[in-house]
Design a protein around this ligand. Structure first.
Ligand code: TK8
Length: 337
């Protein structure tokens, strides 16, 4: 008995010694981070937030705790952004598209058909252009840490398969609350209705809107297949998510604490992109199995769509600035060489 107790005491002493030693040089205080997001827990977004939380807790020896709050329980993206700016909430991840009202340069990522594939998206988002756009958040009270993948967006609706552009005529289509999306889908002939994501499922269920557009992963995790019959593969735009922090709160953190958050956001980005792509590769089969009728937009129609949508490019270029627009086009041309 005595031996057992001594062993336990010795083990406890070693543990107690090691923990503070490991954290000795680092300036880390106990912190509670309320981290909000829009999708459900069992989604690529939810899984990545969980991974982020684990990284932060581990690398701060348990001092920094992340309280992950999903399913828009803290409100839609725009509401959380305001909470971050005011300092009432510490962190969130959401669509860059909902940030355009705060930072107009974010509209760059709404450009239809900007990226041809995920490799191009990663290169531009993780490179100097992505950083430049992200830095524009700071004067508005937000700090961007990393772009995560939402993904290439595809159309779903409950009316008919979209085989040609005209099939979109009059379809009440929910779009993100953003002028580029509104203008893009109006240009395509749809009756575009801006709505927050948190209201989307019930809007589809009650037929307030006929359709929406989102990546396969989200159509699956948000169970849109329960209220949408037709899925049209259009890949009309690549949409990023962005991890943001309240600048008010961030400025009060030590350099060590900031680094822990920044590193964890990037590690979670790599985890998330891999997870999203793996799930995305199987999702179409899953969605078919759940009863969705899937069609590819014929190449000729996809080209017509691309051509029509190129009209909004001029508006985007004017909004984000001609220099940034040109820099992006040049970077893409270089990547495609
Ligand atoms: C989740 C949204 C979602 C986006 C949308 O909060 O609104 O359609 O694609 O991922 O950010």
């Amino acid at each position: 008995m005595k031996f057992v107790r001594r062993t336990i005491l010795a083990a406890a002493a070693t543990g107690a010694l090691l923990a503070p030693l490991a954290g000795f040089a680092a300036d880390i205080k106990p912190r509670l981070i309320r981290f909000g997001y829009g999708l459900v827990e069992n989604s690529n977004q939810g899984r990545a937030v969980k991974y982020f939380a684990e990284q932060v807790e581990k690398n701060s020896q348990g001092k920094m705790k992340v309280r992950a709050i999903g399913a828009a329980a803290l409100g839609p993206d725009t509401q959380m952004q305001q909470a971050l700016i005011g300092g009432a909430q510490e962190m969130m991840v959401g669509s860059t598209a909902t940030l355009v009202g705060i930072t107009k340069e974010m509209a760059l990522w709404d450009t239809p058909f900007l990226f041809n594939n995920a490799k191009e998206a990663d290169a531009v988002l993780d490179g100097p252009i992505g950083q430049k756009v992200m830095d524009k958040l700071q004067p508005k009270g937000l700090v961007g840490l990393a772009y995560w993948e939402n993904g290439f967006r595809n159309l779903t609706n409950s009316k008919r398969p979209v085989q040609k552009l005209e099939d979109l005529d009059g379809v009440k289509l929910r779009v993100m609350q953003n002028n580029v999306y509104l203008e893009s889908f109006k240009t395509l002939g749809a009756n575009a209705v801006p709505l927050p994501f948190s209201e989307l499922f019930s809007a589809l269920e009650t037929k307030t809107v006929d359709g929406q557009e989102n990546p396969y992963n989200t159509i699956l995790s948000s169970k849109f297949y329960e209220v949408q019959k037709y899925l049209t593969v259009s890949n009309h735009v690549y949409s990023p998510w962005i991890v943001t922090v309240s600048k008010k709160w961030w400025d009060g953190l030590s350099k060590d604490e900031q680094k822990i958050l920044s590193d964890a956001a990037k590690a979670a980005r790599d985890f998330e992109r891999k997870d999203t792509r793996e799930e995305g590769a199987k999702a179409l089969a899953d969605l078919k199995a759940k009863g969705m009728q899937v069609n590819e937009l014929p190449a000729a129609e996809a080209n017509r769509m691309r051509e029509k949508l190129s009209k909004v490019n001029a508006t985007i270029a004017a909004d984000v600035g001609q220099d940034l627009w040109k820099e992006t086009q040049d970077a893409l041309a270089k990547l495609r060489k």
